[in-house]
Structures are given as C-alpha cells and as structure tokens.
Ligand binder design. Structure first.
Ligand SMILES: Nc1ncnc2c1ncn2[C@@H]1O[C@H](COP(=O)(O)OP(=O)(O)OP(=O)(O)O)[C@@H](O)[C@H]1O
Length: 210
C-alpha cells in the first residue's frame, strides 16, 4: 500500500448551527485518483477548503503530509470575459511570479513550457484567455495548477459546463498526470466521468440540498 498523504478522522463541519457533514474518516494515499461525490450542498467544496487549510473543521482531525505549496488547485469552471488580457503563457507564469524578482529565470520559463506541453497548449500559448474555448480555458487553469509540479492536484468539478469532447480532453490530461505519479482529488457529479476515470477511491457525502 502506498503512503498516506491525508488522513481524516471523525471530521465534522457546521456553519453556525447547520451540520454540513459529520464524522468523516478517510485516507488519501500517494497515487490515488480520489473522487468526492454527493448532492448539492453536501459539503464537497467545504471539504476541499479544509484540505486547502482555508477552513478549520468544527471537530475531528485532518492530518496532511502535503504542504500547501505542494498542492495545485483547479476551481469550478468560470467563464472569463472576452477582453481578459492575459495570454495562456502569461496566465500560467503568474503562479511563479515573485514580488522581488518580477521576471522568470530560465528554469521557470522551462517549467511554464512543460506545463503548457502537458496540457496541449503549446501552439496556443500566445492566445488571450478571453479568446479561448471553454475547454482551452480549463486546460490553462490546469497548466497553472501544475506549473510548480504539485504532489497533489485538487479539482472541483473542473469539467462542469464543458461539452463532451472538451470534458474528456481535460480529464485525459488529469489521468496522464495521475499515471505519472500526481495524486488527484476530484469532485464530480458526472456519472460518465466516474465510470471512465474514477477507478480508485471514492468518498460519498450523504447530506445536501441546503
Ligand atoms: N462560509 C460559509 N458560511 C456559511 N455557510 C456556508 C459557507 N460555505 C458553505 N456554506 C454552506 O455549506 C453547505 C455546503 O456547501 P458546499 O459548497 O461545500 O457544498 P457542495 O457539496 O460543494 O455543493 P455543490 O455541489 O452545489 O457545489 C451549503 O449549504 C452552503 O450554503
């Protein structure tokens, strides 16, 4: 069995008096393609925010051997305005930008190119994100999330609202990254994606419907 990266024990979350989930226990191991399922409002994003250390659970513990720097995050699909000014390359490079040294060194530029290549964006890297298709935008978010080579990639419904072909193209990239050793945590509502990619661990959150 691979090493445990994240161990949750009796994890519970309430917002004021509202119970979101109770006594969740699970382990995420190195190399997992770990799927989180559950109805709207069952706390999937809340659980991700606990893993990303943006929220503290009401009770229970979450132990992680992965630092925040080693986590890459792809949010739910958000459409960007058509006049969004950055190119895909500049958008990916943003993640590596420094306040003290506002340019990238050779090694960092290579990493940007590697992330663009892995997400099949090399030929489109100079296109502005605003002009890209939904699938290409989501590839750009994925490229940005992997540019500093995270150990753990966290995806919150990354393909919601994409068409069939774009959805599989994004997920094929995620699967390749997983096969190359990146651990993946993946929220989805989509039974087709689960059947096709979710052959590893699953956590089903029971609550929901606000
Ligand atoms: N900061 C907060 N303060 C109060 N309530 C919150 C907060 N964040 C989330 N909630 C509530 O917690 C519940 C769970 O929200 P969450 O976004 O985690 O669910 P989800 O399973 O990801 O839902 P969806 O599938 O619709 O994205 C919802 O009822 C939401 O309104």
């Amino acid at each position: 069995m691979n090493k445990i990266l994240i161990q949750a024990t009796d994890l519970s979350m309430k917002f004021e008096q509202k119970i979101i989930f109770q006594k969740l226990s699970f382990a995420i191991r190195q190399g997992d393609f770990f799927c989180i399922l559950g109805p709207n409002g069952s706390g999937k994003t809340t659980l991700l925010r606990i893993i990303l250390q943006q929220l503290t659970p009401t009770s229970g513990t979450l132990k992680s051997v992965v630092s925040l720097r080693q986590m890459g995050y792809v949010p739910q699909f958000r459409n960007l305005d058509a006049d969004y000014p950055l190119s895909a390359k500049a958008f990916v490079a943003l993640k590596l930008s420094h306040s003290l040294r506002p340019w990238l060194n050779r090694q960092e530029k290579d990493r940007v190119q590697q992330a663009l290549a892995k997400t099949h964006l090399t030929a489109k890297q100079n296109l502005r994100l605003g002009q890209m298709s939904g699938g290409e935008k989501q590839h750009s978010y994925l490229a940005q999330a992997i540019v500093d080579q995270p150990q753990l990639l966290i995806l919150d419904e990354p393909t919601a609202s994409l068409d069939e072909q774009a959805k599989f193209e994004v997920m094929d990239v995620v699967q390749e990254l997983n096969q190359q050793g990146t651990t993946v945590i993946f929220i989805t509502h989509d039974p087709e994606l689960l059947q096709r990619y979710g052959n590893s661990q699953r956590l089903i959150l029971p609550g929901g419907n606000n």
